[in-house]
Ligand binder design. Structure first.
Ligand code: C5J
Length: 221
């Protein structure tokens, strides 16, 4: 049985591959200047730094013909799927739906809403568009996982304590065994990232496992 040297103890997944790579919200809105992340006052360069590591995992899954699912956080142009409580949040100049340097902030199809060029999906790969933080909320993700008999999720992306952690918790409640890749996820706040990693693997993997990308790659081959 393939095994990844993870924390708090080894992560095993079945020989018959039921494992998928989940890449959360690696979109320009969060990673590039002029998007939602920067509009909220964050330094986006921290997030850009993980792109090569996520890319390595993406390539490894492609090489093995294993499923890759990406998510993008975004709203319909009429914002009908954006609750007022989300749109009104914050005191910055730019809010969801406003025109920014990369088009309308966090609106589906706008330039800022595109996945960063390094991680663009192949035609055969799934992209889930989600209106919330968790990737299961009002999306087809669970149906896709069930249709492909996927039981194990290797989770990457941004931001660690928001969309990544929300998704991991939703997945855990639905019975998926989740491993969060330590150096393929990032937060605008380093202390939040570290706290999330610790939370996930605490109490003997109450929510899941963590491992580095190298450990994941060693376990895959
Ligand atoms: C946020 C996300 N932080 N992808 N979204 O609003 O974590």
């Amino acid at each position: 049985m393939p095994t990844i040297a993870a924390l708090p103890y080894p992560y095993k997944f079945p020989d018959d591959p039921q494992v998928a790579l989940l890449i959360i919200d690696m979109q320009r809105d969060f990673l590039e200047p002029g998007g939602f992340g920067e509009a909220l006052g964050n330094d986006v360069s921290r997030l850009q730094a993980i792109v090569p590591t996520v890319q390595r995992l993406q390539q490894a899954f492609r090489d093995r013909n294993l499923p890759i699912i990406q998510t993008v956080e975004g709203h319909q142009p009429d914002l009908s799927d954006c609750p007022a409580a989300k749109r009104d949040r914050g005191r910055g100049q730019l809010r969801i739906g406003d025109f920014g340097p990369m088009g309308r902030i966090l609106v589906l199809g706008e330039p800022g809403n595109q996945i960063v060029p390094e991680l663009l999906p192949h035609m055969s790969e799934t992209v889930i568009r989600k209106p919330g933080k968790g990737a299961f909320y009002k999306t087809e993700l669970e149906i896709i996982l069930q249709a492909n008999a996927i039981t194990h999720l290797i989770i990457t992306g941004v931001t660690t304590e928001v969309c990544v952690q929300s998704t991991l918790r939703e997945a855990n409640d639905r019975g998926y065994r989740c491993l969060l890749v330590e150096d393929a996820t990032e937060s605008y706040f380093p202390e939040f990232k570290q706290a999330t990693l610790a939370m996930v693997r605490s109490q003997d993997a109450l929510l899941g496992w963590t491992a580095t990308a190298d450990q994941v790659l060693a376990g895959l081959s």
